[in-house]
Design a protein around this ligand. Structure first.
Ligand code: FE
Length: 337
């Protein structure tokens, strides 16, 4: 008995065991920390495992705790990949030194330059457009044009907005600062606040319902929320208008991913992100979550195709992160709660 135990623990056997474990775990498993809920990413990962044999371990949580966890784990982290929504969050992760720069001709070919980090630390995988919606019975879309125009006196008492605490609005206002400057952006935001029909909403869904009910005539939301509601009720009297098409284009943000600074399996992590940027994965993003593919070669073919093509603001989405604090201060000054 003791002889057996001794021989099992012989140093060369331990060494061999280590090599075997490292070989199988290293090459066959990728660990992902995700701020996107499991419901959306699981079908993607299942398809990846089926295609490549690579197992994926997922840990989901909100952005804040995930970033703190990565920071606390440091070099001991099991995470290879960080997935989150909003460039502001990815920018934050990059600022905290949690991501590594990767060189990927595949990602550079699949993902347009405005949707990825100039340093290669993160890459957009789906596009989320934030635009104007209107009540079809009350508004002639010919009278709509830009986000800025919603600050005009003709919309007094007719505009609905989601809270400024949500990163989506912080990113929208941040990119406005980048384009229009602080002064003009503040005038616009003050105009919005003056035009509010009611208190700001806690989420986009409640806002869409208020527009449908006629409580407000116009609002600003991410398009996938409207797609989800239209899927349930195709007769919802809410129209979508692509904002700012004559100039800079509609505000877009991303969901995206990066390889972590201390990834035990950085190669596997990069391969996963590359896979997510093309083909079947890009179709799943569109069809299951009604977001737009980040890869322009993939065409949306779900309910969202009815809204047609649109011009997107080509400002690099990382600017939304850089100017997020300035945007928050500006909205606060302007009384946007
Ligand atoms: Fe959302």
């Amino acid at each position: 008995m003791s002889a057996i135990r001794r021989s099992l623990l012989a140093p060369w056997r331990l060494f061999l065991l280590g090599v075997l474990l490292a070989g199988s775990a290293g090459a066959q498993t990728v660990t992902v920390y995700s701020a996107r809920n499991e419901q959306l990413i699981k079908p993607l990962f299942d398809a990846y495992t089926q295609e490549t044999g690579t197992q994926i371990q997922i840990l989901t949580d909100k952005e804040g705790p995930l970033l703190e966890r990565l920071k606390a784990e440091g070099a001991k982290t099991p995470a290879d990949v960080l997935i989150t929504v909003d460039a502001g969050n990815l920018w934050q992760a990059s600022q905290m030194g949690l991501l590594r720069s990767i060189k990927s001709p595949v990602l550079n070919a699949n993902i347009p330059a405005n949707l990825r980090d100039p340093k290669g630390e993160w890459y957009g995988l789906s596009v989320r457009a934030r635009t104007i919606i209107y009540n079809k019975k009350a508004v002639n879309p010919a009278n709509l044009s830009t986000y800025e125009a919603l600050a005009g006196p003709e919309w007094k008492g007719k505009l609905c907005l989601r809270t400024s605490k949500k990163v989506y609005n912080q990113s929208l206002v941040a990119t406005m600062i980048a384009t229009l400057g602080e002064k003009q952006t503040e005038q616009v935001v003050r105009g919005w606040v003056a035009n509010l029909a009611t208190e700001v909403f806690p989420d986009d869904n409640a806002l869409i319902k208020a527009v449908a009910a006629g409580q407000c005539e116009v609002g600003i939301v991410n398009t996938y929320y409207l797609a989800r509601q239209l899927e349930k009720d195709p007769n919802l009297p809410v129209g979508l208008f692509w904002a700012n098409q004559k100039a800079r284009g509609v505000h877009v943000n991303i969901s995206g991913a990066g390889v972590t600074r201390h990834a035990p399996n950085a190669v596997g992590g990069q391969k996963l992100i590359e896979w997510l940027s093309a083909g079947k994965a890009q179709e799943i993003y569109t069809d299951k979550d009604f977001e737009y593919p980040a890869n322009p070669q993939i065409k949306p073919d779900s309910i969202i195709s009815q809204w047609g093509a649109f011009r997107m603001d080509l400002i690099n989405v990382s600017r939304a992160g850089e100017l997020q604090a300035a945007a928050t201060r500006l909205m606060d000054r302007a009384g946007y709660r």
